[in-house]
Design a protein around this ligand. Structure first.
Ligand SMILES: [Zn+2]
Ligand SMILES: [Zn+2]
Length: 327
């Protein structure tokens, strides 16, 4: 199996007769060693995100080895291991790019969404948007760092300097964030789907001081909360759990509608914001931090041919940590 291809909304199929991708100017061709499966892949496959490239190879947490360099690509050596994240290309000239906020670039292209991704044996990437992967991680362990880790890190930084941090939705991003937060001396309160005792136990083993159902209030008021679950009804729930002046950060790319709620929940300088994409600077900072913590990822690997099975397990909450495809 060469790649999993998304043809039209809600219809995925396998293909064995694709042409080999060729690296263009400034691009590298990678032999994919591992590609993590992200909730965003489900949103793309389910047609919840507008205008994907079609046909499309999903996957934006790619660890690969450089096998060919396109014209002018000299940042990495042949056989060097690199990581490819969600942010695949930016224009460099729009107001956001010039302000150092390339995550908001008006022309940005995204791996596994508007560019082909890593559910494949080979992938191409613009070398300027790739990262060097610390040597202490295996290919499969490193893959979830490229989105779950990076977006988690950016979300975590946005919360400021909380003593008590709540995390709603204890999946791939949360299991990394809890380690970063503890490294920074924060108390983590983990919220899972109702009755997910296994997930709550997993959160405690990673160092959460408390874990429970998202419907329940934590034993202490929180200074900040991050919502990774794509459930809009968690916004008022999290606002209720944070103290005056607290912040609720929405870390996902898609969320169901947020129900209306009384202004009292926002009053007293509470705030709600979202985190969109990543910058290359986030990546450089995060990959310098990861081995210092050191962040350990929990992964469940699947052969590439079982991409749909991995996606289904993610959908039904059967994955502890992150699912990773290994060609
Ligand atoms: Zn731009
Ligand atoms: Zn992702």
């Amino acid at each position: 199996m060469r790649a999993m291809i998304l043809r039209a909304p809600q219809h995925a199929l396998d293909s064995a007769d694709l042409p080999s991708p060729q690296p263009g100017p400034g691009q590298v061709l990678l032999q994919v060693r591992a590609c993590a499966v992200c909730r965003t892949d489900l949103h793309v496959i389910d047609g919840e995100l507008p205008k994907p490239k079609l046909p499309l190879i999903p996957g934006h947490e790619i660890v690969g080895v450089v096998t060919q360099r396109g014209p002018g690509a000299e940042r990495f050596q042949i056989r060097e291991r690199v990581g490819v994240p969600w942010l695949g290309w930016t224009c460099g000239i729009c107001e956001y790019c010039r302000e150092g906020r390339e995550n908001l670039c008006a022309q940005a292209r995204f791996t596994g969404y508007t560019l082909d991704g890593g559910y494949a044996e080979y992938a191409t990437a613009d070398e300027r948007f790739c990262f060097r992967i610390p040597g202490s991680y295996s290919d499969a362990e490193a893959a979830p760092l490229l989105c779950a880790g990076l977006i988690g890190y950016r979300s975590c930084r946005r919360t400021g300097d909380p003593k008590r941090l709540g995390i709603y939705g204890f999946g791939a991003a949360a299991h990394i964030v809890v380690q970063v937060a503890r490294f920074h001396g924060r108390e983590v309160y983990a919220f899972t789907r109702r009755g997910d005792l296994q997930g709550q136990q997993f959160a405690r083993t990673l160092g959460a001081v408390w874990a429970g159902d998202s419907a329940t209030l934590p034993p202490e008021q929180l200074d900040a909360a991050i919502i990774f679950a794509p459930a809009g009804e968690l916004v008022p729930v999290a606002l209720r759990a944070v103290r005056k002046g607290g912040i609720v950060v929405c870390g996902g790319i898609h969320m169901s509608d947020i129900p209306s709620f009384p202004y009292d929940l926002l009053w007293e300088e509470r705030s709600v914001c979202s985190i969109a994409n990543l910058t290359r600077r986030d990546g450089e900072e995060f990959f310098a931090l990861a081995p210092r913590v050191p962040i350990r990822t929990t992964v469940q690997t699947f052969p590439l041919i079982e991409a749909n099975k991995a996606l289904n397990h993610l959908r039904t909450g059967k994955i502890q940590g992150a699912a990773v495809l290994v060609p």
